[in-house]
Design a protein around this ligand. Structure first.
Ligand SMILES: [Zn+2]
Length: 519
């Protein structure tokens, strides 16, 4: 039990929307990292879930003739089904209407109240219900919400406030001492300059509706939905739980290694959230990583603009593995990226059908044709220059991949993997097993070439597995190996020579049948 804990989260998604390409993007990035960390021997706790409180949820429920809870219960399966379709391996799925969450939120408020970090005051200002966000008069743009451009409501009520303004210096010190806390760098600069501009105390409660977690010391107040949502990261891990098993979970996994968020919510995650944790005396997460927007023809992917395609449509056309590959390979995680059907077809046919799928098919067919599917003995003759090149690329891959994943660089990790796949294709082309098979004399060389190429495929499949779990499992199955998802020591598993002579290689259908673009 010496495995290091690795706690990774996505934001919890707002229940007034169904899963779309944006929420799927964050979730599958987190999943790929969670899967990789399990393969590097970590004890992973991967959390996602739903944000189910707030005025907007209450309103939507009413419009649909349901109670808020019924409304949430009707939407929740849309998310769990989408995550299943995308092969998401979350270890927990928190819903903020669960008792364990409410209990944790109330424990948190009691703690802050006892520590004198809260006070009651009257609030006057503007509120954007769709965004569930407060604005002062001077923040409005032409009288509308500066975030979404919609109408705002004037609010005048007694609220509880959190003394956020007192935390500016401590936050700045933390950013300074922990350069990895906010990533990437551009977001870090943005956060630092925002905090340097001064912080205002934050309204943390509402009294005009009831759909939220009541403050334990003032029952007429419910928790402001954003604060409620942020607390999921600790409540799911067991913060404030009476249950000793859950409390032990908190000890084990908190602080989180990384929160993945969209760049539009970094103030909540990089300013308010750490200040709340500081106030409560809870350690801060190691990293908040903000990814960019997915753009279609230069516009942000959003439902209101009508350009959000559903993940299900794309999965139906390309398959779940190819979907995952495309979004992590074509968009640099952390930057905005354009996505399109054209580029998705290109990636699919080029990288997956031609490079990876074709390598596997050819090789498995040749192993069948020349050796009845029996893996030849690992080469007895000394390696040639071509062999050495292949071996060197395979030997460098674990470190290159690890370096890329440490910086959340999925493109880099996949490029490193593709260097091996491309070299294996080149190797087969140059060594031409079909010529070596023509004479008895070159049989030892034929054995060496097939063995080496199969070994490259075995190793490449391991590094493809975090992003494309199904096809990697299938490649390993065809190589006669055990379940690839049981790998817990990627370094030793991917050391050269792991493929045992005598095991049976199976042929099968193409892993990525070519897609012909319809006009
Ligand atoms: Zn708004």
């Amino acid at each position: 039990m010496s495995r290091l804990p690795f706690y990774i989260t996505t934001p919890i998604y707002y229940v007034n929307s169904v899963p779309h390409l944006g929420t799927a993007y964050t979730t599958l990035a987190a999943d790929a990292l969670a899967r990789y960390r399990r393969m590097t021997g970590h004890d992973v706790f991967f959390l996602t879930g739903l944000d189910e409180h707030g005025q907007k949820v209450a309103q939507a429920a009413e419009e649909n003739g349901m109670t808020p809870q019924e409304w949430c219960d009707s939407i929740a399966p849309r998310f769990t089904e989408a995550w299943e379709m995308l092969q998401i391996t979350n270890d927990d799925f928190i819903r903020t209407t669960e008792e364990r969450h409410k209990q944790g939120v109330q424990a948190f408020w009691t703690s802050l109240h006892d520590k004198g970090c809260l006070y009651k005051d009257s609030y006057e200002g503007w509120y954007c219900v769709p965004d569930e966000t407060f604005y002062s008069e001077d923040q409005l743009e032409e009288g509308k919400c500066p975030g979404c451009g919609r109408d705002v409501e004037f609010i005048r009520e007694e609220n509880w406030f959190f003394k956020l303004s007192e935390f500016a210096d401590r936050l700045l010190e933390h950013y300074e001492a922990h350069p990895a806390f906010v990533q990437p760098e551009t977001r870090r600069n943005e956060v630092v300059s925002f905090v340097r501009g001064g912080l205002k105390d934050l309204s943390i409660s509402r009294t005009t509706f009831e759909w939220g977690v009541p403050l334990p010391f003032d029952e007429g107040h419910v928790t402001y939905v954003w604060i409620d949502a942020l607390l999921n990261y600790v409540t799911a891990a067991g913060y404030g739980a009476d249950d000793p098993d859950l409390a032990a979970r908190f000890e084990r996994y908190w602080p989180a290694q990384v929160h993945f968020v969209g760049k539009d919510i970094i103030r909540f995650h990089c300013v308010i959230w750490p200040a709340m944790l500081m106030a409560a005396g809870i350690p801060l997460p190691e990293t908040v990583f903000a990814h960019g927007f997915l753009l279609t023809k230069g516009e942000k992917m959003s439902k209101s603009k009508g350009n959000a395609q559903s993940p299900a449509d794309l999965v139906e056309r390309f398959g779940s593995d190819a979907y995952r590959y495309y979004f992590l390979r074509d968009v640099q995680f952390g930057a905005d990226g354009s996505i399109s059907m054209e580029s998705m077809v290109q990636r699919y046919n080029g990288d997956l059908a031609n490079d990876w799928g074709n390598l596997c098919s050819r090789l498995f067919n040749m192993a069948g044709k020349y050796f009845d599917g029996v893996v030849p003995a690992s080469p007895a003759t000394g390696p040639t220059e071509a062999d050495e090149t292949l071996l060197e690329i395979a030997a460098a891959l674990p470190q290159r991949y690890e370096a890329a994943m440490t910086t959340f660089d999925y493109v880099g990790a996949l490029e490193a993997t593709w260097d091996l796949i491309k070299e294996a294709n080149r190797y087969i082309e140059n060594e031409a097993p079909w010529n070596l098979a023509k004479s008895e004399e070159t049989l030892p060389r034929l054995e060496a070439v097939i063995y080496n190429a199969l070994e490259a495929v075995r190793i490449a499949a391991v590094f493809c597995a975090p992003v494309m779990p199904s096809t990697s499992a299938e490649v390993w199955r065809r190589l006669g190996l055990e379940d690839i998802h049981t790998v817990e020591d990627i370094r030793s598993v991917t050391a050269w020579g792991g493929l045992a002579a005598g095991s049976h290689v199976m042929k099968g259908d193409p892993l990525f049948p070519r897609i012909y673009e319809e006009e």
